[in-house]
Write a protein that binds this ligand. Structure first.
Ligand code: SAH
Ligand code: SF4
Length: 358
């Protein structure tokens, strides 16, 4: 790069200044971009495959760990590129085996991921945003406000980091139910899903994206990340109650939401999960349960009933156990699968709605 400066005598003096070439984080590249990067370096395509294998399957964190590459090649690439990984701030283990990880990102933002072991299944609940803009009244993440979208590699790195911590075991299932609204960051979420599926080798059947009800995003999800599971946080069966606790409902009401669910392409034998946070005297009556059955009629669905988890500064309460059971009974009587979710990790504030990045 040439820097042109005017001298006091008005003649032009041309002075070279160093060119600043930003280092490339290899995890920020899509598969196609990585192949391009390898080609630009005059290397054969199989080198890109080796890189993908080492980064995502072998989970290396430095170019110097790519043992298939000669020393010279490692030095050459390390001059242009690096491999990101997340900084772990703390981790906390619950009495029930749930583990909460607090990560710090490059810019100091903090996010959480929660590992939920259940028999052979190791589910990781991951974040898609730092904070959340949707402002649901019962959720601590919503209360703490929106900070920024996560990059695709920050989403992938949650999975890779936890895989390193639990080695030789590996995450088997992923749910986008941590901090943030995944459909408000769909480009990065779908880019991450593509890599997680193809290179971290987690089947799309084992990946679930949960939304508060950003209806247009539901159809976009089916196109950009086909074959993943959809979960919808329904939480109330009528617009009045839903708008009271979920501001997103004022923009995309229940009719639009249910229509989007009906249009969501479901592979055979798959169902949409509807989450329903039960809040005392707000959405937990028999009438609410009956109304929920009416709107879900004809949709292959499964309802997860989540008794409200206490959140500091939020007044809501959870209903008594008998009320929760009565709500479930109404759904079961109408042949809707309804499961009462135990609040895993509540003793370490890792349960649904308790993540704040602190
Ligand atoms: N933003 C997405 C993904 C986060 S999932 C979504 O809302 O679907 C977080 C889940 O926890 C949602 O189903 C939400 O309804 C539920 N939740 C939030 N706060 C809660 C609380 N205090 N108690 C129980 N569940 C809660
Ligand atoms: Fe955001 Fe989901 Fe919490 Fe609502 S429930 S504030 S959408 S994270």
């Amino acid at each position: 790069m040439l820097h042109v400066r005017t001298n006091p005598d008005n003649s032009y003096h041309v002075e070279p200044v160093p060119v600043f070439v930003p280092m490339i984080n290899l995890k920020s590249l899509s598969e196609e971009d990585l192949f391009e990067f390898i080609k630009d370096n005059g290397l054969p395509q199989y080198r890109a495959k080796q890189l993908l294998h080492r980064i995502y399957e072998k989970n290396v964190t430095g170019i110097n760990q790519i043992s298939e590459f000669s020393r010279d090649l490692r030095i050459k690439l390390a001059g242009q590129a690096w491999i990101s990984c997340l900084d772990l701030v703390t981790s906390e283990k619950s009495r029930d085996g749930t583990v909460k990880y607090l990560f710090e990102l490059e810019d100091g933002e903090r996010i959480e991921s929660v590992l939920i072991p259940d028999g052979q299944r190791l589910t990781l609940c991951i974040s898609s945003q730092a904070g959340c803009a949707m402002g649901c009244r019962f959720c601590l993440t919503g209360k703490s406000g929106f900070r920024r979208n996560l990059k695709s590699y920050e989403i992938i790195d949650q999975v890779l980091s936890v895989n390193r911590f639990i080695s030789p075991y590996k995450i088997t299932n992923i749910v986008f139910m941590g901090m943030g609204e995944p459909l408000m960051n769909l480009d990065n979420v779908s880019k991450a899903i593509t890599i997680i599926n193809k290179h971290v080798k987690i089947s799309r059947r084992r990946i679930t994206v949960s939304t508060a009800g950003v209806s247009p995003g539901i159809i976009d999800l089916a196109q950009q990340a086909p074959l993943v599971n959809l979960a919808v946080s329904l939480n109330a069966p009528d617009d009045k109650t839903r708008s009271l606790i979920m501001p997103v409902n004022m923009k995309y009401g229940i009719d639009k939401l249910i229509q989007a669910c009906r249009n969501f392409p479901l592979p055979s034998r798959r169902r949409i999960t509807f989450e329903y946070v039960l809040i005392r005297n707000l959405n937990d009556s028999q009438q609410h349960a009956e109304a929920a059955c009416r709107i879900l009629k004809g949709i292959p669905s499964k309802v997860n009933l989540i008794p409200f988890n206490p959140v500091p500064g939020i007044e809501f309460k959870r209903p008594d156990g008998s009320k929760v059971l009565a709500f479930q009974r109404v759904l079961l009587e109408r042949r809707i699968t309804a499961i009462i979710r135990k609040s895993k990790g509540a003793d370490i504030s890792a349960a649904c709605g308790q993540l704040s990045g602190k």
